[in-house]
Design a protein around this ligand. Structure first.
Ligand code: ATP
Ligand code: MG
Length: 552
């Protein structure tokens, strides 16, 4: 067993074994690709690193030894094209295994990776190339994506590399890999260099470009070890597209640090049944997915799948409805443990493995950070009071895993760090035992007749109604009350509103929460506005309501 992570990460425990602090260290030239991947490759080259299932259902297994060779080749190939330390390279690779080869190769060169969702438009790609100064784009060879990229790079000095066969005038990734040497002399990099530009999900506005440095992977040791609860030689599956930071959380750094293999499931269209089959066939041990995936899981007969190897299920990114978590537990005996964090940070709050998931809670502060709740003057709020989630740094030092800045937006960086603490723009309350309960994003909290209403609490109750599949609660402008509570609801398949269902749901909610919180407006919808990462955007519901009102 190779405990590479112990060189960088040390837990301090109290007498009951609770982790009360974590000390992290790293050398000035720490580079995850050389110091973790290549180390594993040198010590145990045949150890499994990744199982990849393609869209055609073909499994490919990669050992750490394979990864070392392939990433050396890719680094040499990119270097031959002129990519060097500090050069940004955009990756639009969906869940192709070339994503993992490319990103590690980019790390080896000391270049900056920009993982990007394939869902973004050509205009977005163009803008992102401009603000980042990207020198190359590596993308999948689908006509649609290649065309988007081609339009975005047109007239620019940007190399377009396409995995698989070459496409029009682009460079073929496979061809340059064939010619490249598998030997690479370590290129010097600095731990403070920029390593990643990640774009946020764009849930509350335009996505922001977040900069992380080469120390970022170390913060994810805690994510994989203590939250995902991964096992050495185990197989972990996080459902996330490679374009989002969630991918860095769940299928890259922490997992490989801990010596678990990652499962990559490359699908074009999501079917809960396919995913459940895969978990069963591949004997997945630890699993992480956004709440929506669990919403689909509980509609299936889970007893039809052998989930006996699965011992851990986790979720983050959006509020997890209690009802869904309870049903999943009743069906599988597994309590979904929640986590909370952002593209800007590593995991901030979670229910650690081995600890009981308190119903409705997002967990306790990660020992890596001092997470607290403050009011508008940055003063700590009392237990049970609503406050903004902030990270208070030790001695004013930027904690590990926290971003270096927003690319091209210093003013916003200063704003989120006002008063010397990092502001998440999310609201929560904390109980006596240190458990946090998510209320909503600052902008999503509804101010109605002098009350403050968190959408999460109302959504949780609406989700308990048997007719409801999914919902989003927002404030709807009201002259008298400031705003009233509105619920946009997707009904379960086969359920129809015969005119009375809205009132029935209102009565259902009134009985379960304070009366001022019930939704005065109910709208049944076919779908909810989502970001390209699949999150519900309450901001877009509000904007649409406002636009309709202004038209009148
Ligand atoms: P943008 O910043 O562009 O509006 P975003 O905030 O959704 O998009 P991400 O960094 O992907 O971009 O998501 C982080 C946010 O997701 C958090 O700030 C929080 O609002 C939400 N979130 C994360 N975990 C949870 C959770 N367990 N429960 C509720 N919300 C969560
Ligand atoms: Mg955000």
């Amino acid at each position: 067993m190779t405990n590479i992570y112990q060189r960088y990460y040390k837990e301090k425990c109290d007498k009951d074994g609770n982790i009360v602090g974590i000390e992290t260290t790293c050398d000035n030239n720490f580079n995850f690709a050389y110091d973790v991947i290549d180390k594993f490759a040198d010590e145990c080259p045949d150890k499994l690193a990744m199982v990849h299932r393609s869209t055609d259902g073909v499994d490919t297994r990669f050992t750490f030894g394979d990864l070392k060779i392939l990433t050396n080749k890719a680094a040499n190939a990119l270097s031959a094209l002129g990519i060097k330390r500090g050069d940004p390279v955009m990756l639009l690779l969906k869940r192709r295994y070339e994503f993992w080869i490319s990103i590690l190769a980019i790390h080896k060169l000391g270049a900056v990776a920009i993982p990007t969702s394939h869902m973004v438009s050509s205009e977005d790609i163009k803008e992102r190339i401009e603000i980042s100064g990207a020198k190359a784009v590596i993308c999948v060879n689908s006509e649609q994506i290649c065309d988007k990229v081609e339009r975005a790079v047109s007239g620019k000095d940007v190399i377009q590399i396409v995995v698989g066969d070459s496409y029009k005038n682009t460079v073929s990734f496979d061809r340059i890999m064939e010619d490249a040497s598998a030997e690479l002399d370590r290129i010097e990099t600095d731990v403070n260099d920029n390593m990643l530009y990640y774009f946020t999900s764009g849930t509350s506005g335009a996505p922001k470009a977040v900069i992380h440095d080469f120390s970022y992977p170390i913060a994810h040791i805690y994510t994989a070890k203590c939250w995902h609860g991964v096992e050495y030689d185990g197989l972990h599956l996080t459902v996330a597209d490679s374009g989002w930071a969630k991918s860095a959380w769940g299928k890259l750094y922490g997992q490989w640090f801990m010596g678990t293999a990652i499962m990559v499931y490359d699908y074009e269209q999501f079917y809960a049944t396919d995913l459940l089959k895969l978990i069963s066939e591949e004997k997945i041990n630890t699993f992480c997915a956004p709440p929506t995936i669990y919403k689909y899981f509980i509609l299936e007969d889970l007893s039809q799948y052998d989930l006996s190897n699965l011992h851990t299920a986790t979720t983050a990114g959006e509020p997890m409805p209690e009802e869904v978590a309870e049903k999943f537990f009743a069906m599988t005996g597994i309590r979904i443990r929640e986590g909370f964090g952002q593209t800007e940070t590593a995991l901030q709050i979670c229910t650690p493995a081995g600890k009981e998931q308190v119903k409705g809670s997002i967990g306790i502060s990660s020992p890596l950070y001092n997470v607290a709740l403050v009011d508008e003057d940055n003063k700590p709020v009392a237990v049970g009071e609503e406050g903004e989630i902030v990270i208070i740094p030790d001695e004013g030092k930027r904690p590990i895993g926290i971003f270096k800045g927003y690319l091209g937006d210093e003013a916003l960086y200063k704003e989120v760090w006002r008063g010397g603490v990092y502001h998440t723009k999310d609201k929560a309350i904390m109980d006596e035992s240190g458990h946090f309960f998510f209320i909503g994003r600052n902008d999503d909290v509804i101010k109605s007749s002098g009350y403050r209403i968190g959408p999460s609490e109302v959504e949780d109750v609406i989700m308990c109604h048997p007719a409801v599949f999914e919902c989003a609660v927002t404030g709807f402008p009201s002259r008298n009350r400031g705003a009233v509570v509105k619920a946009s609801i997707i009904l379960k398949e086969g359920v129809e509103d015969t005119g009375k269902l809205g009132t029935e749901i209102q009565e259902f909610v009134k009985k379960r929460v304070a009366i001022y919180k019930y939704p005065r407006i109910i709208k049944f919808v076919e779908e909810l506005p989502r970001t390209s990462s699949g999150k519900i955007s309450r901001a877009r519901i509000r904007q649409a309501d406002l636009a309709r009102l202004n038209k009148k």
